[in-house]
Design a protein around this ligand. Structure first.
Ligand SMILES: [Zn+2]
Length: 130
């Protein structure tokens, strides 16, 4: 018996079809890995967007906090084309903020990607301090 299921995953609604309950769960499961993130691990904002970047032949997928700009990057499973949140670094150590990183922190992982440097913070001096 085929089934069509509409499920609310985080703030997203996903609709899948399958031949039965196993197919439906199999089809829905990858969406929970991506869309069930409720808030930014850095600032707690619930204003999250999705982000795709292409660098040369590589595609990068992430959630982006629309408040502070931090990102939760997704790794790509070798089979099936599904994604998983990267919460550990290359040495399997947990990444702080539950995997949410500032874009500069991931620059070394994506050496081919070049970014313009943001302006440096200005030091302000109070003349009364001298
Ligand atoms: Zn944030």
């Amino acid at each position: 018996m085929s089934a069509r299921v509409k499920a609310k995953v985080g703030s997203t609604v996903v609709e899948v079809e399958g031949a039965g309950i196993k197919d439906v769960i199999q089809a829905l499961s990858p969406y929970y890995d991506v869309f069930s993130e409720k808030e930014c691990g850095k600032c707690g904002s619930q204003e999250l967007g999705v982000n795709h970047r292409k660098a040369k032949t590589f595609d990068f997928y992430s959630l982006k906090c629309l408040s502070c700009g931090y990102r939760l990057d997704f790794g790509q499973h070798q089979e099936g084309g599904t994604l998983f949140p990267k919460r550990k670094d290359k040495d399997k150590n947990p990444i702080e903020n539950n995997g949410w990183v500032h874009w500069q922190d991931r620059q070394e992982d994506q050496a081919q990607t070049t970014y313009d440097q943001p302006p440096q913070a200005q030091n302000t001096y109070d003349p009364n301090d001298f």
